[in-house]
Design a protein around this ligand. Structure first.
Ligand code: UDP
Length: 242
């Protein structure tokens, strides 16, 4: 089932169902795009139609962030749980471990994807990491990156370029990479490489992961100003109905 929040359709699946859906995508061999939709993206999509279209044309959209889960509740169309890029990536790598999936990691600073790949390989020895590439390339270099990915022939492509660039890059280039499934995973490689720490579980449980990220990386404050704006928009639309 899909629910609608501020014009975007979101799949109301729990993590197990989401993973099964992706297994089906990989097995089909046909192109599928996945978006882990966070409040920042959805807020920007209110004034940038192309971002809303990208989300609404994806094959699977997960509720990435407590803000989205809360918003869906306010819209009286609840989703079962938050499904972040990194959590989804780890669960997919666990499935890929058993199914010997071929995966490619694209994004983050030079060296980071390689370190993340080495850690993933240790944790999931059955996973076949067919290649990595950093994410600091210009649009002119995209053709070269596409050729590298195509040559490596993965089934699953994780793209960590930050939103919304990763979603745009996937929509534009995935068809030529010929990869069945592509998903944008934001800052996941930074965490998987060990270069950045994710908030402890208890902080996530009390829904303060955003505060942890802000403290660790104060430069994010400007980006996080979107969160109160997003909250206000949801309240206006679904509570005050103005
Ligand atoms: N990044 C990149 N190329 C760029 C800009 C950013 O590969 O041109 C990477 C950056 O190094 C980081 C990721 O994209 O690993 C974005 O992380 P962020 O924490 O901002 O993403 P979020 O999870 O908040 O969407």
């Amino acid at each position: 089932m899909r629910v609608k929040l501020l014009g975007a359709y979101i799949d109301a699946l729990n993590m197990d169902q989401t993973v099964e859906r992706v297994v089906g995508f990989v097995q089909s061999g046909r192109l599928h795009r996945i978006i882990t939709l966070n409040p920042e993206y959805l807020y920007q999509a209110q004034s940038r139609r192309e971002l809303l279209n990208l989300a609404n044309s994806a094959d699977l959209v997960t509720a990435d962030g407590n803000g989205i889960v809360w918003g869906c509740k306010m819209a009286q169309q609840p989703v079962s749980e938050r499904i972040t890029g990194i959590d989804l990536m780890l669960r997919l790598c666990a499935r890929g471990d058993h199914l010997a999936w071929r995966v490619f990691l694209l994004g983050a600073a030079p060296g980071v994807a390689k370190e993340a790949a080495a850690n993933l390989k240790r944790q999931y020895p059955g996973l076949i990491i067919v290649g990595t590439n950093h994410g600091y390339f210009t649009e002119n270099e995209s053709d070269r990156i596409v050729a590298i990915i195509r040559q490596a022939n993965p089934q699953l492509l994780f793209v960590a370029l930050g939103a919304p660039r990763q979603e745009q890059w996937i929509a534009q280039h995935q068809p030529r990479t010929n990869v069945a499934v592509a998903v944008g995973v934001g800052g996941s490689f930074d965490v998987l490489s060990g270069r950045k720490q994710r908030a402890p579980k208890w902080v996530q449980q009390i829904k303060l992961e955003w505060l942890h990220r802000l403290v660790k990386d104060p430069a994010r404050w400007q980006r996080q100003l979107i969160l109160p704006k997003f909250t206000w928009l949801v309240l206006k639309r679904y509570l005050l109905k103005i």
